[in-house]
Design a protein around this ligand. Structure first.
Ligand SMILES: [Zn+2]
Length: 483
């Protein structure tokens, strides 16, 4: 079904489409996954038992640790790739697919290219987690078409005009953000400079491109886009053509958005719209807001989201909890009932008041596991503290230009006390002593730890963060020796 039609169906119609999609997927696609074949067998679940999205609760969750390779088992992620062979095709393939194969054979054609288009992995993204080894997620040629379609929808949601000139500043790497932007911008047909980000083109060349090509759409990781715009300002650049910023790859706090908006306005871009995307490698695509206060617009024919409580029970519609993702129409590597670890305030099912689309939206206030889980459970001085709180707290303080948090052991003794050092570059004209007191006070009240504050100049801190040399800036570093 066309997106223009699909995105205006009623809640009930969308639910029915999801159920149909899920049924077909369960019968004719998921059995090609070695992992899920085994999982269903072990739990005595028949693929045909999953008739509706409500039936999904019978299926055990999949977690990052189920997919991620380990030193002992590097091939683990391969179990999640759909791999039809002659035997499983006969058993599970959809009647339409079987008929096509038979017809090809009867007319002396090779059915192989058709099957390869649908299933053969031809493109790979890796997760960027800090706790597990990078996990590959593969795309078939069919998946690339699905990726393009989802990207077309994404740009459609925010209504990007066709004469837009785009500057893609996502880092060039086998990661979702760059390639989704690349395929998406190609598909909608915008004039684009694919810069590869600061590490590939360098900030100067990206800014030259933005200025000379009169770029109106800028895409990138929040921390880097801030760095880029700040540099532009210090060089007196004119960015009056800039109209849209799309942020991805990381969370963007309201405070950071405000700073970006101020920077843009000071360079002539008075009315910049800033959109944030939500994405994770395992879902193979991204979702976007249509308005800064609105949630992430989902593609109900490609993905199903449910929300669970801490005991793993599904919560009623609109309630907060952890997001669980199920693929409905991908090939290559895919996951079902995948625990994202991302905490949402809920999913909105009523039509969007801003764009009128009826597709469900994940509410914008999202706590990402990439920040939460991997740092969250950090034991500092034996206490579990939520390092995630540092992001909105510090990025939201207008007197702070840049910051970095480092956790160390006293005297580098693995059994010594934990220490936290916060490197801070104050905004020009800020009194450092009073800023220092304000930060110590805020951190003590909100995160309930004490930190040592160290002043840094902007060049020093940018180097520490790896702003021009790393794919993502190193905002929080754990330098404690391993025990
Ligand atoms: Zn909307």
């Amino acid at each position: 079904m066309e997106w223009s039609e699909l995105s205006h169906l009623t809640k009930e119609e969308l639910k029915e489409i999801q159920n149909q999609k899920l049924r077909t997927f369960m019968r004719h696609q998921l059995p090609f996954s070695p992992y899920y074949r085994e999982l269903f067998k072990k739990n005595n679940i028949d693929f045909k038992d999953i008739q509706t999205t409500d039936d999904l609760v019978k299926v055990p969750f999949t977690s990052k640790s189920d997919v991620a390779p380990t030193e002992e088992d590097r091939a683990k992620p391969r179990q999640f790739i759909l791999q039809p062979d002659e035997h499983s095709i006969k058993k599970y393939a959809a009647p339409g697919m079987l008929a096509k194969i038979i017809l090809k054979k009867l007319t002396g054609q090779n059915p192989r290219p058709m099957l390869e288009w649908e299933y053969k992995p031809i493109h790979i993204h890796f997760t960027t987690g800090r706790t597990a080894l990078p996990t590959p997620f593969t795309y078939s040629a069919r998946d690339i078409e699905t990726l393009k379609e989802s990207a077309r929808r994404m740009f459609g949601v925010i209504g990007i005009p066709h004469d837009t000139v785009a500057i893609n500043a996502f880092p060039y790497a086998p990661h979702l953000a760059f390639w989704l932007a690349f395929f998406g911008l190609m598909t909608v047909g915008l004039t684009t400079l694919q810069t590869g980000g600061g590490k590939i083109s360098g900030t100067q060349k990206i800014l030259d491109g933005l200025e000379r090509l009169k770029g109106s759409l800028l895409l990138g990781i929040p921390g880097y886009i801030y760095h880029l715009l700040r540099t532009a300002k210090s060089e007196g650049r004119n960015l009056e053509n800039l109209k849209f910023i799309i942020l991805g790859g990381e969370r963007a706090s309201p405070g950071l958005r405000e700073k970006l908006r101020e920077l843009c306005a000071s360079m002539g871009a008075k009315d910049v719209k800033i959109f944030v995307t939500y994405a994770f490698t395992e879902a193979k695509t991204a979702w976007i807001q249509c308005h800064e206060s609105e949630g992430y617009h989902l593609y109900p024919d490609l993905d199903f989201f449910e929300v669970i409580d801490k005991d793993g029970n599904r919560v009623p519609d609109g309630h907060p909890g952890e997001l669980v993702y199920t693929s409905l129409d991908w090939r290559g590597t895919l996951v079902v009932r995948y625990r994202t670890g991302d905490m949402t305030q809920g999913i909105e099912y009523e039509p969007c008041v801003h764009c009128g689309l009826t597709v469900p939206r994940i509410l914008p206030d999202l706590q990402r596991s990439s920040e939460v889980k991997e740092f969250h459970l950090t034991k500092v001085k034996g206490e579990l503290i939520n390092l995630n709180q540092f992001f909105p707290l510090l990025s939201g303080m207008s007197e702070i230009e840049e910051w970095q948090l480092e956790i160390t052991k006293k005297d580098n003794d693995p059994y010594g006390l934990d220490e936290m050092t916060l490197y801070v570059c104050p905004k020009e004209g800020t009194d450092f002593t009073s800023l220092e007191q304000a930060i110590v006070h805020k951190v003590h009240n909100e995160v309930m730890v004490s930190v040592r504050i160290v002043q840094r100049t902007l060049p020093e801190l940018l180097q520490q963060l790896g702003m021009e040399t790393e794919l993502k800036e190193k905002r929080i570093i754990d330098s404690r020796p391993k025990t």
